[in-house]
Design a protein around this ligand. Structure first.
Ligand code: FES
Length: 111
């Protein structure tokens, strides 16, 4: 696994969030995050980061992150922590407790 080296450039984003926006046809056995509302949650998170003036955070849409059954899911780097973001309230908790306070939202973390 790659690790950061002392002479690597500083992180460009303090937290880089990838929210799965993959959409599959209805009835697909794996389902998809988009059908569980991930696009709205991503947009909400983006707007909240702006409103709250949180610097150094980037919220991006990702393709399938291959944890479809557990979604809607997101992964935060550089921590490599995964969350199930299934509501605006969940997004707020991750914003406030993880990104601002530097803690973790254990109840929403994926194993
Ligand atoms: S559809 Fe979201 S992780 Fe695969």
């Amino acid at each position: 696994m790659g690790t950061r080296q002392d002479d690597d450039p500083a992180l460009y984003f303090s937290t880089h969030v990838f929210v799965c926006g993959n959409r599959r046809p209805e009835g697909h056995p794996r389902g998809c995050c988009a059908s569980k509302g991930s696009e709205k949650i991503r947009d909400y998170m983006k707007a909240r980061v702006k409103e709250l003036g949180i610097k150094g955070v980037r919220i991006n849409q990702a393709g399938c992150l291959d944890r479809c059954e557990l979604g809607p899911c997101a992964v935060l780097y550089p921590e490599g922590v995964w969350y199930k973001l299934d509501s605006f309230a969940a997004a707020d908790e991750v914003l406030e407790q993880h990104m601002i306070a530097g803690g973790r939202v254990k109840a929403l973390m994926l194993p």
